[in-house]
Design a protein around this ligand. Structure first.
Ligand code: MG
Length: 307
C-alpha cells in the first residue's frame, strides 16, 4: 500500500511538471534509464499475428546482451510454456525456456507456495494437469477428497466435471474455487473466439453460490509476484510492458511496478487520453524498442528502420 501511495505522489508531481504538455505525454513518454527485469505481454506487444513488431527482435537481443532478466507473459493455460518458446523461435527470436510464464506456471507456483498439501481437481487441459503432476500436486476426481477446484480454459468441459465440482464445493462443503485466468473469451484472428475460463467459473458459481476466490492470471498482481519470486527482483527493479491498460498495466499498478503501454496493439493515443491519471502507466511507447533509452539508441546507432 505504501508503494502505491508513493507512486501516486510521484506521478502527481510529474503531472504538475508536465501539465503544459499533457496531450503529448499521451503519445510518447520514454524511460531514461534501464531496469534489471523486463516483463512483456506477447500479442500486440512483441508480435501481432505471425510477425514480430518493429524493434522487438533487436530490443530483446540487446536486453539479453546486457544481462537483463526478460520474461514473456500469457494468461492462456492451454499451452505449455515451451509452446510459446517454439512460436517465438519460429518468428526469429529463440528464448530460453524459463523466459515464458503463463498461468500453467503461476497456478503451479501458487499452489506450491500457498497450499502444498491440498488435493486439487483441475478442470483443465493437459498442459496444466501435466505441470501439476510434475510438481507433485495431489489430484483427485473424488469430491470428498477435493480441497481446491481449479476452473480453467478447458475445451473438454462437460457435465461430469461440473457435478464433481458441485459435490466438492456444495455437497461436501470442503473445496474452494480458484481460476487460472479471468478471461471471458479467447480472441482469434478474424473476429471469432472461444469461451475461456470465466465461462467455467460462471457455471460453478451459478450452481454452488460460491464465488471464485483466487485468480492467478492478469490482471491479478499474483502473476507478477510469482515472477518476481522466480527471477529474484523487486517490483521497482522491473518494468511491465503491454498493450492493454486493464490487464498488464492494471496489474503493474497494483503490484507497485513501473509500466509502459505500447501503442502497437489494442490501446490508442485517444484511449489513453480518455483514461484517468491513476490508470495510466509511467511510460508510453510508439514502438517497443523505445524501452532502450534515447542515449543508448544513439550509442548503438539505431534508427527507426530496424537493421
Ligand atoms: Mg496483448
Amino acid at each position: 500500500m505504501y508503494v502505491r501511495w508513493d507512486r501516486k505522489q510521484e506521478k502527481e508531481r510529474k503531472m504538475t511538471q508536465e501539465s503544459t504538455q499533457a496531450s503529448s505525454s499521451d503519445r510518447v513518454r520514454i524511460p531514461d534509464g534501464l531496469y534489471e527485469g523486463y516483463i512483456f505481454d506477447l500479442d500486440g506487444t512483441i508480435y501481432l499475428g505471425d510477425e514480430l513488431l518493429p524493434g522487438a527482435k533487436r530490443l530483446i537481443l540487446e536486453l539479453r546482451e546486457r544481462g537483463k532478466k526478460v520474461v514473456f507473459l500469457s494468461n492462456n493455460p492451454t499451452k505449455d510454456p515451451e509452446m510459446y518458446s517454439e512460436r517465438l523461435t519460429r518468428l526469429g527470436l529463440p528464448p530460453p525456456k524459463e523466459e515464458t510464464v503463463n498461468t500453467v506456471v503461476t497456478m503451479t507456483q501458487w499452489l506450491l507456495h500457498n497450499h502444498p498439501h491440498a488435493t486439487v481437481f483441475p478442470i483443465a487441459e493437459e498442459p496444466l494437469k501435466n505441470a501439476l503432476q510434475a510438481a507433485g500436486v495431489k489430484m483427485s476426481e473424488k469430491p470428498e477428497d477435493i480441497d481446491i477446484v481449479i476452473a480453467s480454459y478447458d475445451r473438454g468441459f462437460e457435465y461430469r466435471k461440473l457435478q464433481i465440482a458441485f459435490d466438492a464445493i456444495w455437497f461436501h462443503k470442503r473445496a474452494i474455487l480458484v481460476t487460472t485466468n479471468p478471461d471471458r473469451y479467447c480472441p482469434f484472428p478474424g473476429g471469432r473466439g472461444e469461451p475461456d475460463a470465466a465461462a467455467i467459473v460462471g457455471a460453478i458459481e451459478a450452481c454452488t453460490g460460491m464465488k471464485c476466490q483466487v485468480n492467478v492470471g492478469k490482471p491479478d498482481p499474483i502473476m507478477l509476484e510469482t515472477i518476481m519470486d522466480m527471477v529474484g527482483l523487486n517490483a521497482s527493479e522491473c518494468i511491465m510492458t503491454g498493450d492493454r491498460l486493464y490487464t498488464e498495466i492494471r496489474m503493474a499498478l497494483d503490484a507497485g511496478m513501473p509500466s509502459a503501454v505500447v501503442l502497437t496493439g489494442e490501446t490508442t493515443t485517444e484511449m489513453l487520453a480518455a483514461e484517468s491519471e491513476e490508470n495510466k502507466p509511467e511510460y508510453v511507447l510508439d514502438r517497443i524498442d523505445r524501452l532502450i533509452p534515447r542515449k543508448i539508441w544513439d550509442e548503438l546507432g539505431w534508427t527507426e528502420v530496424e537493421g
